[in-house]
Design a protein around this ligand. Structure first.
Ligand code: HEC
Length: 102
């Protein structure tokens, strides 16, 4: 089940450095709900993974969170997503999780 969205993302060209375009933003929203939701919960209140709600993340820097998303946490189930996501997309997801973009 979870492979399908990942494969879809692999087939799509990744935009370069700038803010992801709006079609890609919609894909990222679905990606977060499905692929991150499988461990962090569909409402991101936590599960196998830590809660990813705006409240729980507000004191952690955007760059540090983006680094966790890109490189994972070795020794924990949090996998690295580099290769599926660019750095600007990881930062966009961080701001999305923090409720700073819709
Ligand atoms: C296979 C399960 C799994 C999946 C899938 C997963 N995570 Fe995680 N994630 C974890 C675990 C477990 C932790 C806690 C690691 C630790 O103990 O430090 C974590 C930690 C994190 C953290 C750090 C939270 C903090 O409070 O420091 C962020 C941010 C994060 N994940 C984002 C994501 C995003 C975004 C996705 C989707 C692209 C994702 N995770 C998918 C298991 C997962």
């Amino acid at each position: 089940m979870r492979l399908i969205p990942v494969l879809t993302l692999l087939l799509l060209p990744l935009p370069a450095a700038a803010e992801p375009v709006s079609a890609r933003q919609q894909e990222l929203r679905e990606f977060v709900a499905q692929d991150c939701g499988s461990c962090h919960g569909m409402t991101r209140k936590g599960g196998l993974g830590a809660p990813l709600t705006a409240d729980s993340l507000q004191d952690i820097g955007d760059e540090a969170l983006a680094a966790t998303i890109l490189d994972g946490r070795p020794g924990t189930p949090m996998p690295p997503w580099r290769g599926l996501l660019t750095e600007s997309e990881a930062l966009w997801i961080v701001r999305h999780l923090k409720g700073e973009n819709p």
